[in-house]
Structure formats: structure tokens, C-alpha cells
Design a protein around this ligand. Structure first.
Ligand SMILES: Cc1ncc(COP(=O)(O)O)c(C=O)c1O
Length: 454
């Protein structure tokens, strides 16, 4: 069957989602609240989630491998998390204080237990905000105003990092010296110049580029596991840590995807590397909006207001420009921190079996493809992986990934949607503790049927 046939079948079997999508398009640009949530011809509209499964408007039930792009590591509606949310509201009588409260430091201690490189932290409301604050913190601390990021890496939807996330490689220059390309309208020439693009997993090339820009680059920001599934080599990671120290550039690890997913201590535990700053998000909020910026005390301390308040109009004498201004009505939301703490405590008990089942699924999917004579790789660490249809023996960069057979992968993905396995076409696989052996068996049967359809 062709990809077009499969997409037609998908459209025919989802009339309610199609109608809801067209309705939404009248009032919401593109019908979606985040650009990432679209896929052609229209995305599915979900109405229920239980354990490992989602149900859409047309009543189809799916084993969910998106898990809301990663946060739902315990699956949908884990009882202990729901109970802790209800209990918190009942016990405390409110959802928000607008003042400091004890859960902020208590949750911070739990984070520090798993991420010893985080000596102090601040809360934000999303991973995007966390990455943004990491960058502004680095600029404030170093008094430098450019950043370096890696080709292909995603850090959320804001100016400095909307560069070369998914570039057309015919326009992106030499692999060892990538040209930065804009990923959004509204980016000025100056913003583009303020972001230097680096090749992932190529230490020598990174050294050359960073040496040229060391006096203007505040920080290197990286996804330690690119796209959540393509790991930095150990030598590369250790090399970047040494290099950044040597030339006075901060190292930011964006662990929004990898935190509590690669290991409980994220990729930094796996690599044994302490970055200067870390961004966290997704899993730590139990499905609610959250982000964390953490790092060395000396760096994080510049956010301490020391008596200044830029919104106190009775006091204009403060030296606000020496201090990193960071604020937010919902920062450190008590109900979210409480739900996040419950999630981490459960994960501490269930993480190893989650990883075992992820490895099993990877192995079985690889075998199913192989039985059809198709070579795939399933790169990934911990509880996330990708399915890459490729002749290569290893995927180390965005450009390696670009050589894979996306059409075949998409065909399988649409066929899987028809068989009750939910993933956005070509997206990575996220696993949860609710993905039991039965869910894995169901998924493998669906793979078998989907591959037969091709
Ligand atoms: C590595 C990374 N950084 C930042 C973000 C942005 O996080 P959020 O979507 O919570 O704003 C994401 C989201 O996918 C991410 O994967």
C-alpha cells in the first residue's frame, strides 16, 4: 500500500476528529495549540486517557507512545498522583498562595538528590521557559551575549534557539561548519547572528568554532541525547565539558526530555558530567506545566533580588541591573510540585522495570522489521527510543538521521494508527510504567499487522 492510500484510510476512519479539526481551524490558527501537534491530513482529537491508552473522538482506543511528548511517564491517570492532587487541595484549601511555601524547597531537595550538579534552582512554567532562563542566566553571569547550539537540537519555541532545528541540509553548509537557518518567521538578522550552530558529536569541529567565538559566546546549550534518542558519545560529552571549562563558556544541559527518563538523574548521571546549568521539565510536573533551571550556586545566586523589586515603584534606587530578574505568577506551583514529588517517588521504585520493558520492545520491533528484510536502528537511552529505517550501523547526528527512509517509517506509523498504536508519524517512542507486558504484546501484534499491510 502507498503512503497516500494509508493516509486516505486514516482520514476515512476518523470523521469526528476531522470535523473537530475543521471547527478548530476557524478559531485557532492551524487548529492546534502547539505547532508540534499537527500531522497530515489532520491530527486525532482525543477525549480520554487511562493507563497506557488514549481514546479519540471516533471511539478508537490506542496504546499511547507520545505520552504528551514525554511527561506522562506513569501513564494516564495514575491513581496515587490523582490522590495526591486532591489531598493537597483539600488539606490546604487552595491551589495557589502567591507566597513562598515549603513545597518549593522540599521538591528542590528531591531534585538535588538525583541531580547533584544542581546546587540551587528556580522554577518556571515550561521547558521552553527553563531553556530561555538558562540562556539569560548564562548571559548575565558571563556578560557575553551569544549562544552556541547544536544542529538539529530543540530547546523550545523562542528566538535564540529557533535556529537549525530541522534545517534543509542542502542549504545548511558543511557538516563540520553548519550555517544557522531560521525555523520561524519573526527572527531578526541580529538574532540569527547571536546563535552559533555546532555539529553534534564532532569535538574537533566544535573546538575550532568555539575558539573563534569564545569571547562572545556565553554558553553552549545541548540536548545530551539529541531528539531524546540520539546520544552524545561519551568522549564527545566529556570533551565538551572540558573544552567549555577551558575557554570560559558555560555548559547548559537541556534535560527537559531526558531528565528522569534516561536515568533518574538524567543524562548527566549517565555520562558522569556536571554541566554549569540544567533545564528540566516534562516528567517532573506529572503532566502539569513546569520547568526548572538549576546549577552551580555561584551562578544561580545572581537571581537573588537582594532587596530590589522592579515592580516596587516606591524604590527606584535599587541596583536591579546587577541582578538576574526572574519572576512568574505560577512559578513553584504547590499542586504541581506535590504531583511531581509523588511521581518521582513512584519512579524511584518502578524505573528499572520500565527500562527492562523498553529494551524488550526495542528488541522485538527490530526483529519484526528484520523478518520483513528491513534494517532499522532503535537508538535511545532509558525510556525513550526512535525507530530509524536506515542502512547505517549508527546514527550520531542530524545529518545521519536525514539519510533515513522517512517514507517507510511514515507508512508504518499510519498503518499503526489504524491498528490502535498512537504515535505522531516519525516521532520518537516514549514509554511509561503503565506499558505492561500486555500492552507490549498488543503493540507488537499491531506492528506485525502494520508491516504486513505494506
Ligand atoms: C529538549 C527540550 N527543551 C525544551 C523543550 C520545550 O519544553 P516545553 O514544551 O515544556 O515548553 C522541549 C520540548 O519538547 C524539549 O524537548
Amino acid at each position: 500500500m502507498t503512503l497516500e492510500n494509508l493516509m486516505n484510510l486514516y482520514a476515512e476512519s476518523n470523521p469526528c476528529s476531522e470535523k473537530a479539526f475543521h471547527n478548530a481551524c476557524e478559531i485557532i490558527p492551524g487548529g492546534i495549540s502547539a505547532n508540534v501537534k499537527f500531522f497530515a491530513p489532520f491530527p486525532l482529537f482525543m477525549k480520554e486517557g487511562h493507563g497506557a491508552y488514549l481514546t479519540d473522538l471516533d471511539g478508537h482506543k490506542y496504546a499511547d507512545y507520545v505520552l504528551s511528548y514525554g511527561p506522562l511517564i506513569l501513564g494516564h491517570g495514575r491513581k496515587e498522583v490523582f490522590d495526591s492532587i486532591h489531598a493537597y487541595m483539600e488539606e490546604h484549601g487552595t491551589v495557589l498562595y502567591g507566597t513562598p511555601h515549603e513545597a518549593e524547597a522540599a521538591f528542590a531537595e528531591k531534585i538535588k538528590e538525583h541531580f547533584p550538579g544542581i546546587e540551587m534552582l528556580r522554577y518556571t512554567n515550561s521547558g521552553t521557559e527553563a531553556a530561555l532562563l538558562c540562556i539569560r542566566t548564562a548571559c548575565a553571569y558571563t556578560n557575553k551575549y551569544k549562544i552556541a547550539k547544536f544542529e538539529g537540537h530543540y530547546h523550545g519555541g523562542f528566538n535564540e534557539v529557533l535556529v537549525s532545528v530541522n534545517p534543509d541540509i542542502s542549504k545548511a553548509g558543511d557538516a563540520r561548519r553548519p550555517v544557522g537557518l531560521p525555523e520561524s518567521a519573526g527572527l531578526s538578522e541580529r538574532m540569527m547572528q547571536d546563535t552559533i550552530v555546532l555539529p553534534f558529536n564532532d569535538l574537533d569541529a566544535c573546538r575550532e568554532i568555539l575558539m573563534e567565538h569564545k569571547d562572545e559566546v556565553a554558553a553552549v546549550i545541548m540536548e545530551p541525547v539529541f531528539g531524546g534518542t540520539i546520544p552524545a558519545t561519551k568522549d564527545f560529552m566529556l570533551g565538551i565539558r572540558e573544552l567549555t571549562k577551558e575557554i570560559g563558556i558555560l555548559m547548559i544541559m537541556d534535560e527537559v526530555k531526558t531528565g528522569f527518563r534516561v536515568t533518574l538523574g538524567g543524562a548527566q548521571e549517565y555520562y558522569g558530567v556536571k554541566p554549569d546549568l540544567t533545564a528540566l521539565g516534562k516528567v517532573i510536573g506529572a503532566g502539569f506545566p513546569i520547568g526548572i533551571v538549576g546549577g552551580r550556586k555561584e551562578i544561580m545566586s545572581i537571581a537573588s533580588p537582594q532587596g530590589t523589586d522592579i515592580l516596587d515603584h516606591s524604590n527606584t534606587k535599587s541596583s536591579a541591573s546587577d541582578i538576574l530578574y526572574h519572576s512568574g505568577t505560577y512559578n513553584g506551583h504547590p499542586v504541581i510540585l506535590n504531583a511531581g514529588l509523588t511521581t518521582i517517588r513512584i519512579l524511584e521504585k518502578e524505573f528499572s522495570s520500565l527500562i527492562e520493558r523498553t529494551e524488550l520492545l526495542k528488541k522485538e520491533i527490530t526483529a519484526l522489521y528484520a523478518s520483513k528484510g528491513i534494517h532499522i536502528l532503535t537508538p535511545g537511552l532509558g525510556s525513550m527510543f526512535n525507530v530509524v529505517v536506515t542502512d547505517l550501523e549508527e546514527i550520531k547526528t542530524y545529518r545521519d538521521l536525514q539519510q533515513s527512509d522517512f517514507t517507510l517509517r511514515k507508512k508504518v506509523d499510519y498503518a499503526l494508527l489504524l491498528e490502535g498504536v498512537y504515535n505522531k508519524p516519525c516521532n520518537r517512542y516514549n514509554m511509561s510504567t503503565a506499558h505492561t507486558d500486555e500492552v507490549i504484546d498488543f503493540t507488537l501484534e499491531a506492528f506485525q499487522k502494520a508491516l504486513k499491510k505494506l
